[in-house]
Design a protein around this ligand. Sequence first.
Ligand SMILES: Nc1ncnc2c1ncn2[C@@H]1O[C@H](COP(=O)(O)OP(=O)(O)OP(=O)(O)O)[C@@H](O)[C@H]1O
Ligand SMILES: [Mg+2]
Length: 240
Amino acid sequence: MGGNDRVQTGVEGFDAMIEGGFEQNSIMMIGAEAGAGKSTFALQYLYNGAVLHKDAGLYITFEENKGQVYKHMKRFGWDLEKIEKDGLFHFMQYMPHEVDKFFKDGTIIEDIVKEKNIKRVVIDSVTSFALLFENEYKRRLSILQLFSALKKWKVTSLITSEGETTNTGDMKAKFGVEFLADGFIAIHSIRRKEVRDFAIEVVKMRGTNHVRKMVPLKMIDGKGVVLYPNQPVFGTATSF
Ligand SMILES: Nc1ncnc2c1ncn2[C@@H]1O[C@H](COP(=O)(O)OP(=O)(O)OP(=O)(O)O)[C@@H](O)[C@H]1O
Ligand SMILES: [Mg+2]
């Protein structure tokens, strides 16, 4: 029973795994290896928020530039330019070496959040953000600083993180940052012969009785991230 205080991702099949959506004002993290769909999932969260709920979103990236993101997301059927014009999408890019600037801009970002009534924030990725700090202590401190800003802004955040698969098949975020978030979603990728399959797993979600089963995931042209809750993960039946 999610109740209506949940922030729906609108990713079909996903909200049902987490009692209807993210808890308001929580900080969620999505971790995966390269190219598994972290940025796509995160942008889908913002796009659906804008289109389905009229929630204004802010996308802060340390990685890709605006033209590139807008062009690629158009392939999934999402017109970011349109929702930007409608005041429901805001794009901010910082080069990785501009982390200092990001913190200096803190009040500017806070003003934007207030002025534009931002409800959903994505940070892509915390790995690029964290990479700039020379030791574990400074890294943790800066991430905690970032998280406390997000909590203060009363937004519901989704943060991407590079992850690696352990030899027991678990997903670990780089620098162990998943321990700091309220929730951790993993996209696992597994190669079977010549095919690479993906599956999503809710590893943790504070205050939520979430599904613990992995669910197959694909990125589909014209649609974005699509889940297949009724199909077996890494099923063997149709493999060639
Ligand atoms: N139009 C499309 N249709 C289907 N799949 C696509 C399409 N465009 C991109 N992809 C897939 O999505 C992948 C990129 O997804 P995304 O950028 O969300 O992953 P990521 O986990 O954020 O990657 P990175 O680690 O590079 O940040 C591509 O490598 C490709 O496999
Ligand atoms: Mg990415």
